[in-house]
Design a protein around this ligand. Structure first.
Ligand SMILES: CC(C)(COP(=O)(O)OP(=O)(O)OC[C@H]1O[C@@H](n2cnc3c(N)ncnc32)[C@H](O)[C@@H]1OP(=O)(O)O)[C@@H](O)C(=O)NCCC(=O)NCCS
Length: 146
């Protein structure tokens, strides 16, 4: 589901803990910016037994969107949660006239690259040494929406 501001406030700690463990502390900064209205990112989440089982942060500008982060706890992976998130994002994009979705991903992150490819994203660029901690290339991917 797309979290409204009340739900995001309620779930912010859970999302930050999950995301920060994967993204070196970046998630809590995104969430803080959204709550304090410094950014208008959208946060999609899947709940299991009223707990956050996955989230995806989407930045949108005019008819373009960028996936900033997506994460599922290790013990819940490979059960279709990230797929649910992507289906929701595609649904939102279709309703809102988004024409293209972009993202970047660590070159060594084969599970994520497979996930995006399954959803029709194509790899169309490389940013050398883009990431820190550890330094790594970013693979650029995008998908055109009909
Ligand atoms: C990438 C990630 C979000 C996938 O979440 P998930 O809930 O396990 O994904 P799903 O179960 O919905 O899998 C969807 C598809 O992704 C691909 N996939 C997911 N994990 C995979 C793995 N370990 N190896 C190969 N393919 C994988 C498969 O194509 C899979 O479809 P299939 O199950 O029919 O084969 C999860 O591994 C994760 O949180 N990783 C850490 C954070 C991260 O790297 N985020 C992306 C960078 S922004």
């Amino acid at each position: 589901m797309l979290l409204d501001s009340d739900l995001l406030s309620k779930c912010s700690a859970e999302i930050s803990i999950l995301g920060d463990s994967v993204f070196n502390g970046e998630t809590s900064l995104f969430i803080e910016d959204i709550i304090n209205k410094r950014a208008q990112y959208k946060v999609f989440a899947v709940l299991r037994e009223e707990m956050i089982a996955g989230f995806l942060i989407l930045s949108t500008v005019l008819d373009e969107a960028e996936i900033l982060e997506v994460a599922v706890p290790e013990n819940l992976r490979r059960s279709g949660i990230a797929s649910e998130l992507m289906d929701e994002v595609f649904g939102w994009c279709q309703k809102n006239g988004t024409g293209q979705i972009f993202l970047e991903v660590r070159e060594s992150n084969f599970p994520a690259r497979a996930y995006y490819k399954k959803y029709g994203f194509v790899e169309n660029g490389l940013r050398k040494n883009y990431y820190r901690n550890p330094v790594e290339n970013a693979v650029l991917m995008s998908k055109e929406l009909a």
